[in-house]
Write a protein of this length. Sequence first.
Length: 190
Amino acid sequence: MVNARVGVLGLQGGVREHAEMLGQLGAGVTHVRRPADLDGVDGLVIPGGESSTIDRLLRIFGLFEPLQQALGGGLPVFGTCAGLITLAAEIEDPAPGQGSLGVIDMTVRRNSFGRQIVSDVEKIPTAYGEVTAAFIRAPEVLEVRGDARVIARRGEAIVGVETDTALAVSFHPELTGDTTLHERFLAKVT
């Protein structure tokens, strides 16, 4: 049993799927929708969805700066798809006015793997074993710098990155039932 309380950013995207998977792995789950919800969480998941909408909602609900401070202070974080974009230091093709939290020193490109109609589920190798991954309008990591290290590729494309406190992937493991990366994230939290 995991002795941790994990926040799942509950503004938009795959909130329920992440919360259910974390609960199945024994973590307590808190939905984070306002700054006070960050109190007492041991880690945070930023789910997939629409990255520019997540950025806008973080600002509307006053979460952007408190979240940036918490993550900059070492709060472990796991971002999937749009969550990966939200964590990036640089977005190559941002939507008008879109920013990011700048947690992982990497450059990303949104919607790199095509439109939603060409979504795909496949097994890919990662540093933690083979993972069943759902790619839905997935971003690609173009470059990693500093302490960011590549943990997964789809062909030559970088689709997974990790630092000591952050884990980010271009795909949706929460939609396939594969707990490998959630377990890796919880190891950072506990």
